[in-house]
Write a protein that binds this ligand. Structure first.
Ligand SMILES: [Cu+2]
Length: 388
């Protein structure tokens, strides 16, 4: 490290003791709690900080006092006692032991136990349920009671990720579809994953729970105030780990009901549009949007992939191969099969769970007719539906 860099780092550190304006930019405490659970853990944190700081100051004060007052240059006369009585030894061992037992088990133990109990309290009195599924690299949200399902993916523009544009205010912490929840309702949150372990983490909720494939885990939240709460995946889950933020939008109950009605209408309109025959332009346009959102992270915006890691789609044998056989069945390891069912053991996941019939039809059509690929054929949503 250069001397100049060392000095600037030191000055940066000292800014803490500088004017208030310099301090304002540094967040020392936990984020403002938004749920009872976060409030409880914040109290535990603050109590423990006071206890540990008190012990720290006391112990260091005694040490520093002894070192200074009894130093050699003062010719302090060392104490000459040896072998005090057994009773005294038992006494001065027992007292610190009892103090520690009191602090650990009573003063710290009871609030900590209470927090854990609150954390686990997902049992019966929830007002609603939300299922959260982690996938490389996005979150799926399901409202089983409403029949609503949405996929929440990163909304930060590609140019910002590539360093070609200035970073926005919510860089890597913004999504297309946030999880919308009503304020003041106890929401039971079920967590699972389709591939590797992810962690659904919203710091202001005081909850951070792993989403593990093959298991359902749970947590809960009762959000006190309307607002937007941001978090991220907190388990290193692959190359796109930094690109799967969590955004929760908390709204008042009437607004939530309105949102549910709107989502339901959108979903039935989507189901209806999958029935009709799409034009080439419609498929290409929608396919390009889906490609940019879902596929471009690995296969790159120009379809060239990353040599040795993610295969190119431009000129690919698979993309320029057959989709369906004469009987209308999926060609095994064909283009459509790969998009719908993925390739086990690789980063290529099965998209049939997260993309609709129209999305899959459009993106496959787009890939076959872009990046210099000239298959010329179209895939219709109804064909995708037939081979699901
Ligand atoms: Cu993840």
């Amino acid at each position: 490290m250069s001397a100049r860099r060392a000095i600037s780092m030191l000055l940066g550190g000292l800014a803490v003791f500088g004017p208030a304006s310099a301090r304002a930019s540094l967040d020392w405490n936990l984020p403002p709690p938004a749920t009872p659970l976060a409030l409880d853990t914040l109290h535990v944190h603050n109590t423990f900080m006071v206890i540990t700081l008190t012990i720290f100051v006391l112990v260091f004060a005694i040490m520093i006092y002894s070192i200074v007052v009894h130093r050699k240059s003062r010719n302090h006369e060392p104490a000459a006692f040896t072998g005090p009585g057994t009773a005294a030894q038992i006494f001065w061992t027992l007292i610190p032991f009892l103090i520690l037992v009191f602090i650990d088990f009573i003063v710290m133990g009871i609030p900590a136990y209470h927090s854990v109990e609150v954390m686990q309290d997902t049992r019966t009195d929830a007002d609603m349920v939300v299922k959260v599924t982690g996938s490389q690299w996005k979150w799926q949200y399901e409202y089983p009671e409403e029949g609503i399902k949405l996929v929440s993916s990163l909304a930060t523009p590609r140019a910002q990720l590539d360093g070609q544009a200035a970073k926005g205010e919510h860089y890597l912490r913004e999504v297309d579809n946030p999880l919308v929840l009503p304020v003041g309702k106890k929401v039971r949150i079920l967590l699972t994953s389709t591939d590797v372990i992810h962690t659904w983490w919203v710091p202001q909720f005081g909850t951070k729970r792993d989403a593990i494939p093959g298991f359902i885990r749970e947590t809960w939240a009762t959000i006190a105030q309307p607002g937007v709460y941001r978090g991220q995946c907190a388990e290193l889950c692959g190359t796109g780990h930094a690109f799967m933020p969590v955004v929760v939008q908390a709204v008042m109950e009437p607004e939530y009901r309105q949102w549910v009605a709107q989502k339901k209408a959108e979903q039935s309109a989507q189901a209806a549009s999958a029935q009709r025959t799409w034009s080439r332009d419609e498929l290409m346009k929608h396919g390009q949007e889906i490609y940019a959102k879902v596929c471009a992270v690995c296969h790159q915006p120009n379809g060239q992939g990353i040599p040795g890691t993610f295969p190119a789609l431009a000129g690919s044998k698979l993309v320029n191969g057959p989709l369906l056989d004469a009987a209308g069945r999926l060609v095994k390891d064909g283009h459509l099969d790969r998009v719908m069912n993925g390739k086990p053991g690789t980063a290529m996941q099965a998209f049939k769970a997260t993309l609709s019939d129209s999305d899959i039809a459009a993106v496959v059509t787009f890939e076959r007719n872009s990046f210099g690929n000239k298959m010329g054929d179209l895939v219709q949503p109804a064909q995708v539906k037939a081979v699901r």
